[in-house]
Ligand binder design. Structure first.
Ligand code: SF4
Ligand code: SF4
Length: 266
């Protein structure tokens, strides 16, 4: 017992002090898109290796590469095959966005969709001090494991005023994981309806955003957006605990959402 206590004391405080630190190089495989010129359809390497059709190349005088993080499962294959460094490993955990469009990265120097279709919520500051969140899990549970990890001593999500609760009646925020197949669509809707207004909805993980590898399958599991309105998107399969914390902080109005380029009015 004394040995164990002295070991624990020798370790000191393990909680990471810096909010949203730069991504660890070991966290390999989640792509970023630079403004480097792409070789175009003549190469097509990334399009061919991507298992989820998350990448498109619009060929022209200057080929444009668009990569949808909302469909990406972070396999890292595109990073490995890209000869021009147009696709590289990301250096940030802060990847949560306030619109679906902001998940689409491009090497063109401007946002792919120039007219912002959905206006992000402006009343999120009401959750600034604290938020109580209910999780609805409809997937493989890896995203849930990362939500669990965000509460451990290293990340300590509770220090930001974020509390996971058991009932939607007590919840301000709804965290959805998994692709929301047919069997979970009605329970998800009912959970959302059981929450009092104002409430905020966060889709956690590629499945919850687009259906991921289940997209367009027989279970009609194409993500949460088609069932209830989503306010914040946290990409990744599964997302890192810091990315989950970033998503909830965005939902609380305490952190800026990720934007590759400023929106251009269209
Ligand atoms: S890292 Fe994402 S975008 Fe790249 S090949 Fe894998 S799934 Fe596709
Ligand atoms: S996004 Fe990935 S980790 Fe999360 S539920 Fe889907 S398959 Fe599992």
């Amino acid at each position: 017992m004394i040995k164990l206590l002295s070991y624990l004391l020798s370790k000191g405080v393990v909680t990471q002090k810096k909010l949203l630190p730069t991504a660890d190089p070991e966290w390999w495989g989640f792509p970023d898109v630079t403004t480097e010129a792409c070789a175009g359809a003549g190469c097509n390497g990334c399009v061919e290796v991507c298992p989820t059709d998350a990448i498109e190349i619009v060929d022209g005088t200057t080929p444009i590469l668009n990569l949808d993080r909302g469909a990406c499962i972070g396999c890292g294959m595109c990073i490995e095959v890209c000869p021009t460094k147009t696709i590289v490993n990301t250096t940030t955990y802060a990847v949560a966005t306030a619109t679906r469009e902001d998940l689409i990265l491009s090497n063109s120097g401007k946002a792919k969709i120039e007219t912002v279709k959905k206006t992000p919520r402006t009343n999120l500051h009401i959750f600034k001090e604290s938020v109580h969140a209910r999780v609805v899990s409809t997937g493989c549970s890896s995203c849930d494991a990362e939500i669990g990890a965000s509460g451990n001593a290293i990340f300590d999500i509770e220090r930001f005023g974020i509390h996971i609760v058991a009932s939607p009646r007590y919840a301000d925020a709804l965290l959805i994981t998994g692709p929301v197949g047919k069997a979970m669509q009605e329970p998800l809707r009912r959970c959302y309806e059981a929450m009092a207004d104002p409430r905020v909805v966060i889709a956690i993980g590629t499945c919850a955003i687009t259906g991921g590898v289940h997209k367009n399958g027989y279970t009609e599991a194409n993500g949460a957006d088609s069932i209830i309105p989503v306010d914040v998107y946290v990409p990744g399969c599964p997302p890192h605990p810091w990315s989950i914390i970033h998503g909830v902080l965005v939902a609380m109005g305490k952190a800026e959402p990720y934007k590759q380029y400023p929106a251009v009015a269209g």
